[in-house]
Design a protein around this ligand. Sequence first.
Ligand code: RB5
Length: 150
Amino acid sequence: MTEPSSKPAIALGSDHAGFELKELLKAELLPQGYTVLDLGAFGPDSVDYPDFGHAVAQAIEEGRAPMGLIVCGTGIGISIAANRNPAVRAALCHNGLEARLAREHNDANVLALGARIIGTEAAKDALSEFLNTEFGGGRHEGRVAKLGQS
Ligand code: RB5
């Protein structure tokens, strides 16, 4: 009998522009033992990025996954969509350092990437840092709590 995975589930979402990078990163996650909750897009046909940002945000809000990965052409539109949900702290990152600091300082729970902006290796590095960095707590606690206020 196989042991249940200790790795968290990751909700994935992209539009058509982010589809290929989402698939590439999904292929990185699965052999590492992550469970992926792929909410689409499921092909390169043109779709609307807010639909997928909202779907990932809803999965986070409902506790179906503690973390998410969202990808569109720039990462901007899909992160704006996801961040409209108060359960989400989506960080648009371009490298591993930003992704690490997004976890350490901001307790970001969704990584946003721009497939037309970032290279494959930087995207892999950002995802790895994002998933392997804990929130720093301490002086960051109160600031992150304030993100939930308007
Ligand atoms: C799609 O052409 C593009 O607008 C979208 O992927 C994203 O970059 C929007 O922010």
